[in-house]
Design a binder for this molecule. Structure first.
Ligand SMILES: [Zn+2]
Length: 437
């Protein structure tokens, strides 16, 4: 265990002798880390219950800081849009295509992001990391192979009482450091870059007001992935099903033969779901699921909300059909009950749109290759800002950031992996200024 980061901030630039993937990654590492530590200290948690946009005003504290820093870098058009997005342009040595780089400033609602106190575990030796603010928060390399593989790296964690915020401030810091490096190196040929820092991604409203024309990119990448080398261009397709069961409430003392409890009917419906599959807790990879996310009601009326997910649209519809059968069964068994069944489309699998633009993925694969990494394709078990943007016509795969174990108190990130991601971004915008591969 090491001291809280403040106590050895003077050592910031003397990172351990850990492996960097390229000389550029080594050169850029200190800037990525300094920015990352600056950004994670600002609480930017979004709030699903809020009706404001962005859902919390505190996100704008970081957004405004990013505008200032972008202007200092020399991106004179950096500004906050009326909905709180940061947009800025780094002109290129060629006129097109304009490459978008996106990350979100907000953090997950699952853990507090207030008062983040980062700890730098320099030159990690492979030990169990016990977080000092809450000794029950332990990162054990025995069950975290990604950590076991990072002996020699400099690892950043929180003190265990908050999340770290690498999701997605690692992405923000990497884009900022890459753009700053490119601005300092006008001799490097690269495509024009459009930077976009969004809000409210964690509450699934990240692109509600995102104006594609105003952004003006032909293609984009979110820096919002996780493990080193992973490249994601397929997401879940997502629907939400709301089942409202109407029973008959009566005074329980005189209810014989009259009461129809919608709560019990709803419980039967949930109990009828498969136990050995089709749930988040029993599936992985490309397996979809049906997940009861909210259950609320009285004897009179109960509302069940399910999220339904699959990478395959036909299977997604089968999962919805299963819920419809279970809802029909409720009325078949209890004709006095009434059931309403509503399906809301949430987001499409972005693979359908991105596959029409193969060069967008090929360029990323090439950028990964230039930092010495073979891209690993993984389907996202969720959505990103890129899911909706891709469907709206801006093909937007998701690139790795080096952050790990997101949305938890044990979230951690490797400085070397974050530096690799920043170096990869510098390579990527150069690839786009070259003749087609
Ligand atoms: Zn994220």
């Amino acid at each position: 265990m090491r001291e809280p980061f403040e106590s050895f901030s003077s050592d910031l630039l003397s990172l351990a002798s850990a492996p960097f993937v390229t000389p550029l990654a080594e050169e850029i590492a200190a800037d990525v880390l300094a920015r990352f530590l600056r950004y994670i200290r600002i609480d930017t948690q979004s709030n699903v219950a809020s009706s404001m946009y962005p859902s919390t005003a505190k996100q704008l504290i970081l957004s405004r800081m990013l505008v200032e820093e972008l202007r200092e870098i020399g991106l004179e058009d950096a500004h906050l849009t009326e909905h709180g997005y940061v947009f800025a342009t780094l002109p290129g040595s060629v006129a097109e295509p304009v490459v978008g780089l996106l990350a979100h400033v907000d953090t997950s609602t699952e853990c507090s992001g207030e008062g983040v106190s980062p700890i730098l575990h320099e030159s990690y030796r492979g030990e169990v990391i016990v977080l000092p603010g809450d000794l029950s928060q332990v990162i054990d390399p025995a069950d975290t192979p990604e950590l076991a593989a990072r002996v020699g790296h400099d690892i950043v964690t929180s003190d265990g009482t908050t999340l770290l915020g690498a999701d997605d401030k690692a992405g923000v810091a990497e884009i900022m450091a890459a753009v700053a490096w490119l601005a300092r190196h006008p001799e490097i040929a690269h495509a024009p870059v459009r930077i976009g820092f969004t809000v409210d991604e964690e509450v699934a409203r990240g692109t509600v007001h995102f104006d594609l024309d105003e952004f003006g990119a032909a293609l984009a990448y979110t820096l919002d992935g996780s493990g080193f080398g992973v490249l994601e261009y397929e997401s879940f397709s997502a629907k939400e099903v709301t089942i409202t069961i109407q029973g008959r409430g009566t005074h329980p003392g005189t209810a014989k033969g009259k009461l129809v409890s919608s709560l019990k009917l709803a419980a039967d419906l949930v109990a009828a779901l498969p136990r050995d599959g089709l749930s988040p807790e029993t599936t992985e990879g490309r397996e979809g699921f049906v997940h009861p996310s909210r259950f609320s009601g009285t004897a009179e009326e109960t509302t069940l909300v399910f999220i339904v997910r699959d990478h395959d649209d036909a299977k997604l519809d089968e999962h919805v059909a299963l819920l419809r059968r279970l809802a029909d069964d409720v009325v078949a068994r209890e004709p006095r009950a009434r059931v309403q069944f509503d399906v809301e489309f949430q987001y499409p699998n972005m693979g359908q749109s991105i596959e029409q633009h193969p060069r967008v993925v090929a360029a990323a694969v090439e950028a990964y290759r230039r930092i010495g990494v073979e891209a690993v394709f993984e389907p996202i078990r969720g959505g990103t800002d890129g899911s909706r943007l891709s469907a709206a016509g801006l093909p937007t795969p998701n690139l790795f950031t080096g952050g790990q174990d997101y949305h938890s108190l044990r979230e951690w990130a490797s400085v070397q992996d974050m530096a690799a991601a920043a170096a990869m971004i510098v390579e990527l915008v150069q690839v786009w200024a070259e003749p087609e591969l």
